[in-house]
Design a protein around this ligand. Sequence first.
Ligand code: ADP
Length: 501
Amino acid sequence: MSGQNSSTDRLSACLDLASEAFVGVNAEHKISAFNRAAERLFGAAASEALGQDLAWLQPDGTNATPSLVRLVAGDAASGPSMHTCRAEGDKVQDVPVRLAQLAGGEAMLCFSPGPASSQNQGIEEREAHINSVLATVPDAMIEIDTVGVIQEFSPAAERLFGFKRAEIMGQNISRLMPEPYRTQHDRYLETYLATGERRIIGIGRVVVGQRADLSTFPMELTVGEVRTGSRHFFIGFVRDITERQEVRKRLQELQSELIHMSRITTLGEMASTLAHEINQPLSAIANYLQGAQKLLADGDSEALPRAADALARATRQTLRLGEIIRNMRGVAARGDVGRQNVEVASMIEEACALALVGAASQSVRVSFDIAADLPPVHANAIQIQQVLLNLVRNAMDAMEVTSPKQMNVAAQLLSPDRVIISVSDTGPGLDPEASDHLFQSFFTTKPGGLGVGLSISRTIVEAHGGRIFFTPLTPQGTKFSFTLPLPSKGDETAARARHDP
Ligand code: ADP
């Protein structure tokens, strides 16, 4: 008896040294052994635990029959299993348990919370941390597997696409794209996996996304590839760039407002100089005419030569006025920069590129038809580009509501001394009543139009010794053309002198 006691003591002394919690139960499922580690784990003294029902180790109300009891009774799967147990105070904990059945219906339970539990807790904490980071990332995040099935869908993705995570999980990623990308996507993934050919993965690009309500939006998509152990998946980060494109559009509007403003400023300056210049001869004319009127009213025949002289002076002032106005038009057209021999193709390309900013959104298709080996023209490149800008903008305005939207810019030799440049559109054509007034200042049929583009263009072209005109096109559209002279002999010499040192 004493031998048995001493072996029990030795056993309990050994158990007390163990770092895992050991709980022995007898055939009635009463606690018969409770080592130090168990005291620490369950927050209870051995004296308190011994003799209690095994169910005492589990929190009240977790189960009708506590899972530990079922484990010991052999009703549950054998092998290590996880059980919810009481901890110190009112707390509970999940602890992995192993069971050893002993003779006589006794059993020994080994609870090993230590590393396993803290490791699990660490993993859970890290997972919670990652989830909370992902929940606050402004970019939408979508995880798909190698066949394109959605495995994860972040809160930002829910907001962006208008799909709830639960409804989109398990569906194909192509649900988030419009046709034709929708049908192409599966093939794209297959091709990538088979050949490594990349179009988006690891690169990032702007593509079109489709929301739950089938509306589309431009998005910037960056996709990363992840391989962890046996898993292979892709993570896409999506950013809605509608805003950014709106900002660009706004900038373009500002830019065109600026062009308008600069035209108004130029006109304003011209007008005030003109007013100043013509005020003097105008008041002189008024004086002479008033004088002549008075002399004639008197009916004195001797006054007639004086009246005639006053009228002659008035006529001279009128002619001077005409001269001033002609000069003013010359000044307006000449600007600050002089004329040079300019290469036509590059001048046209540059002006069109500037005019076409924003045309992509209107889906205008532009073609160029520029004759090869065109000789240079003698012109002020900036001013001619201003003319082209006006014509191209007008063509785009005209095509805003028509289809197709096809613009052609052409340049060719018209005669041995002249080049002709034209801009054709497929717009609705000219308003028949407007055709006679197009080149007049302030004539416009557009709600926000200024009506100065064509009149300035004509001033510039004519100051260059050219002509500007329009031709209606069939079945629809208008062609605006202007001519420019080639350099005369003197101009060519001057040009050569500039290039030959
Ligand atoms: P704005 O463009 O400010 O109206 P413009 O002087 O450039 O001023 O043009 C005057 C008018 O000529 C326009 O309002 C429009 O009615 C007409 N117009 C110009 N270009 C075209 C075109 N390509 N197709 C149809 N109408 C045009």
